[in-house]
Each structure stands twice: as C-alpha cells, then as structure tokens.
Design a binder for this molecule. Structure first.
Ligand SMILES: [Zn+2]
Length: 332
C-alpha cells in the first residue's frame, strides 16, 4: 500500500523512490519506536569464512559496547509492548561452540542479553554442520585441484568440470553449497557422502563443532542467555512437507527442553529469507506459540508479526566501521 503510494508519487527514479522510502521510515520511527534485531552466527577468528559469518571476539566486544552505550538492549523473549525508545536485540543462529566460549563471556561481562538459536542434530557430536562439510569437501579439498570432477546433484543437475585453480574450486564450492541447500535432508547427506567418497575431504575441524549438551546446560544457568530452536537438520523449511517441517521444529524444541530442563519459547527459521520458509512454517510456529525470527532487513514495530521478525546480519566490522554500517539499519 505504502510502496504503491510512493511509486505513484515518484515513478521516475529508483533513487528518489529509495530516498522517499527512507524518509517515510524515519517518520515511522518517530511515531513508533523501532526495535532492531541483530543477527550473528560465529564469534571466532577463522582461517576461511566463505559465507562471511564470523565476527572476531574483539570486534564483537566493541560492537556490543558501542550498542550498549547508545540503546537499551532487550531480550528476544521478553514482551516488547511497552518499549518507547529505539532498542536493540541480539541473536545468534546455529549453535557453534564459539558462542559459548567467546560470545557469552563478553555478553556476561557487559551485562547484555542475547538469544542463541540452535540446530540440534550436531549437538555434542563433534561433527561439522553440513554447510561447513561442503567447505571441507570442496573449498579446502586439494584433491580437486587439477582433476576432472563429476558430481551428481540430483534435481540440481550434474557438474562435469576440470578444476584448474583455486578460483574454479571456489566457484564450485558456491555451486554445490547452493544446490544442497535446496535438498531434503536425506538427499543432501547422500550427495555429500558421495562427494567425500569420490574425492576425499579436508579433515573435520574441531573449530567448527557445535556446542555440547553440557555447554548448553551451563548456558541454561546464565542470566543473560536464552536458547531457542533452529530445527534439527538446518534444512530449508520451504522445501519440506508440512509434516516434515513440524517434525523439524517440534523435535528441536523438545531436544532443547529436555537438555536444558527449561521451556523453550523462541525459534528462528534456517536461512530465514522469505523464500526459505512458507505459510506452513508460520502456521506451525504460531500454533506452538514460538516467537520467531526471520532473516530479512527491517525493524520491529507495534504491528510486526511475532512469527516473522526481521533481523539484520552483522558482519565482521571493526570499531570504526561498525557505526557507519549500523546507522543505516534504522531506515534501510
Ligand atoms: Zn542457521
């Protein structure tokens, strides 16, 4: 409605349209204090980070300090009806061990709350999540260099390619990552197992494990940390049947409740873009009364659905870059 109105008034230029939208958002922010939910994944120094998901502990500490000096930092799981000034909420997705080892001590030292959404299948296994397995099997796999590769990606097609250099290997990594992301969990496991069988892989990295059950249990005692669900297998919900989606959501919540001996009331959609989940997913979290985070830009206002809360991804910005990148979050 608003979009249509602006487009009617300013039909001639995308730049003018964008600026007009920003002004409207700023007016909206004056009338209804926005809450900005930030999305982190890893708090670690990594040798490779092809999806740009890691923020170093040093940068994370500086970012949180900066935010805390300027805004109230709310809990994801608290009611927000009475919020009257622009506020921040911090969240982490996935459940990597570095959240426990580095992020939580920083948050506790600074007295700042955060919610960690955890996919449960890899908890305590020492295995890497499948997206990092793709990195081991392709991006870091030297066996592929100078080789002719044949990969069967099922409905996503086949790949026949000679890998001449690291750049081609990198392209192949993104191709395979994006293809297996669209698969059912079983199919994805089969495809990845076949790749490893055919071409070997870089060894499993302890730096890429998920938290253990006892680490989770320790976090259950923290005054500042809330744990939420993030499915079992970290699959894209929109490719699953409604029944399978329910299983993924319910089982992850059940596992966490049992492990932590606590009621779990929050959830985030894996990947979280609008195409990564569907009406069935929303219906299930609504039925289960799970306050749920997505992953698309925006702010939370009084009328925002609690079952599709927008979030902004934070990258590894240092203390001078962070304020510059962060400020536009309020209107972009
Ligand atoms: Zn995730």
């Amino acid at each position: 409605m608003l979009k249509k109105l602006i487009k009617t008034i300013f039909p001639w230029s995308p730049t003018v349209y964008r600026q007009a939208k920003q002004v409207m958002t700023m007016v909206h922010n004056q009338l209804d204090a926005p809450i900005m939910i930030l999305l982190y994944h890893r708090c670690a120094v990594l040798e490779t980070d092809p999806q740009l998901l890691a923020v170093t502990p040093e940068n994370f500490a500086n970012q949180v300090k900066w935010l805390k000096e300027r805004y109230p930092v709310l809990r994801f799981d608290e009611p927000w009806e009475l919020v009257r000034e622009p506020s921040i909420v911090l969240t982490f997705d996935d459940g990597y061990w570095d959240n426990y080892a580095y992020a939580v001590p920083i948050l506790e030292r600074l007295h700042v709350p955060a919610t960690i959404f955890v996919s449960t299948e890899r908890i305590g296994t020492g295995k890497e999540p499948w997206c990092d397995d793709v990195e081991r099997m392709i991006l870091l796999n030297d066996n592929l260099l100078g080789e002719k590769i044949h990969l069967d990606l099922r409905k996503q097609g086949t790949v026949d390619i000679f890998i001449a250099d690291e750049e081609e290997r990198r392209d192949l990594y993104y191709r395979v990552h994006d293809a297996v992301r669209l698969m059912q969990p079983d199919e994805r496991e089969e495809v990845l197992a076949a790749i490893e069988e055919g071409y070997g892989s870089f060894p499993v990295r302890p730096s890429h494990r998920y938290m253990t059950e006892s680490e989770l249990q320790e976090l259950a005692e923290s005054r500042y940390i809330t744990i939420g669900g993030h499915t079992v297998t970290h699959s894209r919900l929109s490719v699953l049947s409604r029944e399978k989606q329910r299983e993924e959501i319910e089982e992850s919540i059940r596992f966490l409740e049992k492990t932590m001996n606590k009621k779990i009331t929050t959830f985030s959609y894996p990947f979280g873009g609008k195409a990564d989940y569907n009406a069935d997913s929303v219906a299930i979290v609504r039925e289960m009364n799970l306050k749920t985070a997505s992953n698309f830009p925006g702010r939370v206002y009084r009328n925002t659905s609690l079952y599709e809360l927008p979030r902004k991804i934070v990258r590894n910005w240092d203390w001078t870059t962070f304020p510059v990148m962060f400020q536009p979050f309020w209107y972009n």
